[in-house]
Write a protein that binds this ligand. Structure first.
Ligand code: DGJ
Length: 568
């Protein structure tokens, strides 16, 4: 009898242990998930909005230096940091790996309640191979380089060398294997950037003997299959190039795409994509974190590929990358240009969610974060150089930041604080497709956004006593037939009915407030002077607006909730 009871106890205990391991075991591995209208990053089993910043390239090569950066990063209200890991830093001697730095960065992030995205600076960083270890760089015979038209080799490893590929793959997989072990508990690392702004600078394509031979061979059938299967949705310029020479399904690169530097760029894109695909796949076999590439964008002054890195996933070549590197989940843009909305639209495609690993951290950067997240369901935003955030003060005071800057008060820190508060609502609205955003400036001072049952009219804030602001931004979320949350800075917002019925939208109730643990806590009830817009009633009535609206000042961004009603 006693034995039976003991046996039952043991069975019960084993069952309970199994259940608790499932319930309380390691958090699930971060992954991307299609949720309704958006693809979102799932962290600890829940959608996660990446409010990040990237450190300078070598900040993460010293844990001592990082000790000076963590407190600043925390003050800026980031939840994630992007840090480089150089191949040379972890494999300075061939086959001898040292991940002390990786472990120190994991520990630093955890202590500060932050997530990490590692940037693998392997074969290429900004086109060059400067982060490869000395034993690679110094052995040009074993690790061949790219050759330019002028007959000179550059410090750029060739995409066409098996030795290069295998050496990088060995190091990268060792790194990913280490992460699998070192990060199996808290899941501090949420994504990986593979290499950094790859592509050839100085020529439109590699002229080495191996590259010339590959260029003369037929276009691989995998690429041609992809083009045929996706012909209708290819990026218009790529489709035009291919169709202009007859949409051929066999032939050499020049036969299929024509004889131009764009063809060279496509050829390079394919070769980089295949190289990175091999790494991404091998890395995921060790530890399947989401992986993205980052792009050095074509600059307005560039004449052609080679002025910008030829082969980088630009708008023209993203389809080539999708065909060649399906294990790369996102081709992300580094937006160091002020026309952020154009670039966001070019990279946000049905098969490519938006994530911005590098951009501005000033007031314009705060607007970018709002716009990307609100209008393009971005997974996240990350300005470059967060360890020197003092330099993001607006207006930029030459190259020297003021002696002391209150980091918490910087535009991006304030924008991140509000986005963090609102993130459960934002993530839900991204999935439902009930969110939109505006990014306004004197060249584009208004935006009319159809959302739910109304058109949301967003203008730069106008006030007779103050000049019109140079920048305004807002996120709008529809939460019911006549109900919205609007968060913004320096804008005024009215609503026009967009469904049959009485033509004018009035304000039934407006309140300021904040979110605490996802719950809305109302503050002031906005009415009277606080909702009177500074333009004439006649003009407003002509636009089916009541003349009252939400006003968002310079002290922000802030959030308001509005309930509308309609009259004639
Ligand atoms: C783009 C690169 O990807 C970064 O690593 C850094 O070098 C920045 N440019 C500098 O602005």
């Amino acid at each position: 009898m006693k034995i039976k009871i003991r046996l039952n106890c043991i069975i019960l205990f084993a069952l309970a242990a199994a259940v608790s391991a499932q319930t309380f075991g390691a958090a699930p591995i971060p992954h991307l998930e299609k949720r309704g209208a958006a693809t979102q990053l799932m962290v600890d089993g829940k959608p996660f909005l990446v409010l990040a910043g990237e450190t300078d390239n070598t900040a993460s090569s010293s844990l001592e230096y990082m000790d000076t950066a963590w407190p600043k990063i925390v003050k800026m209200n980031l939840n994630t940091v992007l840090v480089g890991i150089g191949w040379d830093w972890v494999e300075p001697v061939e086959g001898k790996y040292d991940f002390t730095l990786v472990d120190g960065l994991l520990e630093g992030a955890r202590k500060n309640n932050l997530r990490l995205i590692f940037l693998w600076f392997g074969s290429w960083k900004n086109g060059l191979s400067s982060f490869a270890p000395e034993w690679v760089k110094a052995d040009q015979q074993r690790f061949p380089r790219t050759l330019l038209k002028n007959g000179k080799s550059v410090e750029v490893l060739s995409t066409l060398s098996e030795a290069n590929l295998q050496a990088d793959a060995r190091a990268y997989t060792a790194f990913m294997r280490h992460l699998r072990e070192a990060d199996s508990g808290p899941r501090t690392v949420v994504m990986i950037q593979l290499e950094n702004e790859v592509g050839l600078i100085g020529d439109s394509r590699d002229r080495s003997a191996a590259a010339e031979a590959a260029f003369a061979r037929p276009v691989p059938p995998e690429l041609l299959d992809y083009l045929q299967k996706n012909q209708m949705t290819l990026w218009p310029d790529l489709r035009k190039l291919w169709e202009a020479v007859g949409a051929k399904t066999t032939g050499t690169w020049q036969e299929v795409f024509g004889a131009s530097t764009a063809t060279d760029e496509i050829f390079m894109a394919w070769n980089y994509a295949r190289y990175l695909e091999h790494l991404a796949k091998a890395g995921k076999a060790e530890y399947p974190l989401p992986v993205f590439s980052n792009t050095w964008l074509v600059q307005p002054e560039d004449q052609g590929p080679g002025d910008y890195p030829s082969g980088c996933p630009e708008p023209l070549t993203i389809d080539i990358w999708k065909a060649g590197a399906p294990s790369i989940d996102i081709n992300a843009p580094d937006v160091h240009l002020r026309n952020f909305s154009d670039w966001a639209a070019r990279f946000h495609r049905p098969n490519n969610p938006l994530f911005v690993p590098e951009s501005y951290g000033d007031a314009g950067g705060a607007a970018n974060a709002f716009f990307g997240i609100g209008q393009h369901a971005a997974i996240g935003y990350s300005p470059f150089g967060v360890n020197n955030a003092e330099h993001w003060v607006e207006p930029r005071p030459g190259s020297n930041a003021p002696a002391s800057v209150d980091l918490e008060k910087l535009p991006l820190a304030r924008a991140y604080a509000l986005l963090a508060q609102m993130s459960p609502l934002i993530l839900e609205a991204q999935a439902k497709g009930t969110i939109a955003a505006a990014w306004l400036n004197p060249q584009q001072p208004k935006n009319y956004i159809p959302l739910g049952n109304y058109i949301v009219n967003i203008d730069l804030q106008r006030n007779r006593r103050n000049p019109v602001p140079t920048l305004g931004y807002a996120i709008v979320i529809s939460i019911g037939p006549d109900d919205y949350f609007v968060a913004g800075l320096d804008v005024q917002v009215t609503f026009s009915p967009n469904t049959p019925g009485p033509e004018i939208a009035g304000l039934a109730r407006v309140e300021t407030g904040k979110f605490v643990k996802g719950e809305w806590m109302p503050g002031r009830k906005m009415n009277g002077d606080d909702v009177v817009l500074d333009y004439d009633q006649a003009g407003a009535a002509a636009k089916n607006q009541s003349g009252s609206g939400l006003i968002f000042g310079t002290d922000g961004p802030t959030v308001q909730r509005v309930k509308l009603y309609r009259y004639r």
